[in-house]
Design a binder for this molecule. Structure first.
Ligand code: ADP
Length: 729
């Protein structure tokens, strides 16, 4: 016979499912309990069974190997009907409920059963801990108590399991909560921007927002209290605090604000402009927006400065302002960095100003330099004209050029128009060419017929000039600068000199030829006189009277001197040109020639002539012989009578010339005569003392100068003389 369902079967099944035990794997701890139960009750079979809706399921079995049976054959489904006691069936064959039970009638042949219900803390019997035997049997009291104790242990295990399950679900819930909190946190972080948006929204449509806010005042208050903005509501013309959110309160510490007018609650704001703004908003009904406004607040006996962006928004009731809502955001950090920025930008600005100042200085400096340059150009002693563009527009023409062009108005005119008289004189063509080629042009002694007085009359001027192209950065010609020097006076002067020179040349030449012809012509009568004087002397010497003899001898002397003079004058007049070829002549050889020419004098005077390694010079040989012969013969002639004569000749290189010196230890020449002796016919001694014509040194000078050299004399009277002269190498 199958057992009835317990009265609370549905709840019981629900409770069973709560423990989540059905169809779980075997566990040692439950197996230990069935083992113990078998041992204690001395039965071969022991079970922990749970009664499901249609079946009984075994968590643990001892002495029998089955997992479950149908509920109909279950002894335990009977046992759970009485939760308080252990059901004991001593012999199933004698119990009506089990007489036809399959477990009894089958091979298994169960006879004995004792089962203690497994009862939850809230009274549901989920199954039993039971012992079974195949033979009829009884349990003593201890055994029953032990079985009941073990069934409580089973239940404790189950309760623990349930606790664990609950714990796990709590953990899950907790995790969920944590993630919720995290989400909330995120939302909280977003709230600032939301509130900023809110304030933006408020800006636009504040009236309706406030109406809404008033309607949902409670909501608003919680919102305001949690807002990350500084919010307060001021009522009436005295701005009495009607609402203050925690952030607002925080600014002022513990001080009581609510119910107090702002001037009483926050007296330190006096003079900081806030009261006046609030009064203004209240009176006009217009909102006020403040940005980065500093507020000095007293808190904890200290002064603090905060910076706020804020809105004072009037609250209307029936179109009448009844209060002001204050929304403020602390922007201290931003402002401080803004301050830093300001300091930075100020220093930057100072730098910019400094630079600007420098720049102005530089500009004025440049301007000054430009003016200076301009002045310089304008006052330059050369003519300066600056032309631009292919038409050669005059951009600058300095004073001297202005003067030279009759002070005409030249500036900004094309050069052709400005100076039309230059047409046909070639200048414009040169300028055009420079503009095309970019090549510089230099003009030397170029004549130009200019209208200098501006009256239409042209006068010829000569110029040295440079036409210099000016280029842009791309090397394109953009203009031409003219630098010109008026050399008219010099050219005219030179022309005058050339004219004079030519005249002198002509008269010189005729003079030379006159001297030559005269000397030449004189030679003939002189020869006549000389030969007649010799004839007279030979025929009549000693035959006439004494004075006649003297007379004849004077005639002879005179004619001899005359001959010398004429020879010398002839020589002098012949020194007029260098000769066609001037092969280098060895001076040593020339000296030797001179020595042999003056052989008699040398012998007579016993003179010592020293010279060594004299150079070759580019002078015609005859001139070189005349030069040295004059100097050496003078040295011999003007020697000291009592001192052996020494003549030294030497030469040294002086650039591309040779500097010769002819030195003697003769009677010398006073300083004041050192230049005069080179003049023609100049003599320092009478004929009685030293024979001579006074032409020798003049000839020397003429020869040296013919070769662009110089001759001079050094020495003292009585100290010997040194003649220096230069000749081309
Ligand atoms: P001259 O010898 O025919 O008088 P020069 O022209 O040769 O003419 O010389 C001019 C003058 O210079 C000489 O009269 C002489 O007084 C002086 N003079 C020339 N050479 C010497 C010399 N070597 N020593 C001293 N006096 C000299």
């Amino acid at each position: 016979m199958k057992a009835n369902f317990p009265e609370n079967e549905d709840q019981r099944i629900k409770a069973l499912n709560l423990y989540n035990i059905l169809d779980t794997l075997p566990e040692h701890i439950f197996d230990d309990i069935t083992k113990l139960a078998s041992l204690i009750c001395n039965t071969p079979i022991s079970l922990i069974s749970f009664i499901d809706r249609d079946r009984q399921w075994f968590k643990s079995t001892k002495g029998i190997d089955i997992k479950e049976t149908h509920r109909d054959v279950s002894f335990c489904s009977h046992a759970i009907l009485k939760t308080e006691e252990t059901m004991i069936i001593n012999d199933a064959t004698s119990d009506n409920r089990f007489i036809d039970n399959e477990l009894v009638t089958s091979e298994l042949g169960i006879r004995f059963y004792a089962g203690t219900p497994l009862v939850t803390h809230d009274g549901y019997a989920l199954g039993t801990l039971c012992v079974l035997d195949k033979k009829p049997k009884n349990l003593d009291k201890e055994q029953v108590e032990a079985l009941e104790a073990l069934s409580r242990q089973v239940m404790i295990l189950l309760e623990n399991k349930l606790d664990n399950i609950k714990l796990q679900s709590i953990e899950k819930d907790l995790e969920k909560e944590i993630s919720k909190i995290k989400q909330l946190n995120k939302e909280l972080l977003l709230s600032e921007s939301r509130f900023k948006q809110l304030s933006e929204t408020l800006k636009g449509d504040v009236d309706s927002s406030i109406e809404k806010l008033l309607e949902e005042k409670e909501k608003l208050i919680s919102l305001i209290n949690n807002a990350p903005a500084v919010i307060s509501v001021l009522k009436g013309p005295d701005h009495v605090f009607d609402l203050v959110n925690p952030l607002y309160q925080e600014i002022f510490g513990d001080r009581k604000l609510l119910g107090k007018p702002i001037r009483v609650a926050q007296p330190e704001l006096e003079g900081q402009g806030f009261y006046e703004i609030l009064d203004g908003v209240y009176q006009t009904g217009k909102p006020y927006y403040g940005y980065g406004m500093p507020a000095q607040v007293n808190r904890d006996d200290k002064k603090h400065i905060f910076y706020y962006n804020f809105i004072y928004q009037p609250i209307f009731n029936n179109n009448k302002v009844e209060g002001i809502i204050v929304f403020a955001y602390d922007v201290t950090k931003e402002v401080i960095s803004e301050e830093k920025y300001k300091v930075l930008s100020q220093s930057l600005e100072e730098k910019v100003q400094e630079r600007t100042h420098d720049l102005y200085n530089a500009i004025s400096e440049i301007d000054y330099e430009r003016n200076k340059l301009n002045n310089l150009l304008m006052n330059a002693p050369a003519m300066i004209v600056i032309l631009e563009d292919p038409d050669h527009i005059v951009k600058l023409s300095n004073y001297i050029f202005q003067k030279c062009t009759g002070n005409r108005d030249l500036i900004n005119k094309p050069y052709r128009e400005a100076l039309p008289e230059l047409e046909g004189q070639g200048f414009f063509e040169i300028l055009d060419n420079i503009y095309q080629t970019g090549e510089l042009f230099i003009g030397n002694e170029v004549s130009a017929d200019l209208d200098v007085n501006g009256d239409g009359t042209l006068s010829r001027h000569y110029f040295n000039f440079i036409y210099q192209p000016t280029f842009d950065i791309n090397q394109e010609v953009i203009g031409i600068s003219i630098f010109a020097f008026d050399i008219t006076e010099q050219v005219n002067a030179r022309k005058e000199i050339e004219k004079l020179y030519n005249q002198v040349q002509i008269s010189n030449e005729s003079l030379q030829s006159f001297a030559y012809i005269a000397s030449h012509d004189l030679q003939e009568p002189l020869r006549m006189i000389n030969s007649y004087a010799s004839l007279l002397s030979r025929r009549y010497k000693g035959k006439l009277d004494r004075s006649a003899d003297e007379f004849i001898s004077v005639i002879q002397d005179s004619s001899k001197r005359m001959k010398n003079l004429i020879d010398d004058v002839l020589t002098h007049s012949k020194i007029i040109k260098k000769g066609d070829s001037q092969n280098p002549i060895n001076t040593n050889n020339v000296i030797e020639d001179v020595k042999s020419n003056l052989k008699l004098s040398f012998n007579e005077s016993n003179a010592e002539l020293n010279y060594k390694d004299l150079p070759n010079v580019s002078v015609e040989k005859i001139h070189l012989i005349q030069l040295f012969q004059n100097l050496i013969s003078n040295a011999i002639k003007y020697r000291k009578k009592d001192v052996p004569l020494k003549i030294n000749i030497s030469a040294k290189k002086d650039n591309n010339k040779w500097l010769f010196s002819v030195n003697d230890n003769g009677i010398g020449i006073s300083k004041e005569n050192s230049e005069k002796v080179f003049e023609i016919f100049r003599r320092l001694h009478g004929r009685e003392e030293y024979e001579g014509t006074g032409i020798g040194l003049a000839n020397c000078k003429k020869i040296v100068e013919l070769y662009d050299g110089k001759i001079w004399l050094e020495g003292e009277e009585g100290q010997g003389s040194t003649f220096f002269f230069t000749l081309p190498a």
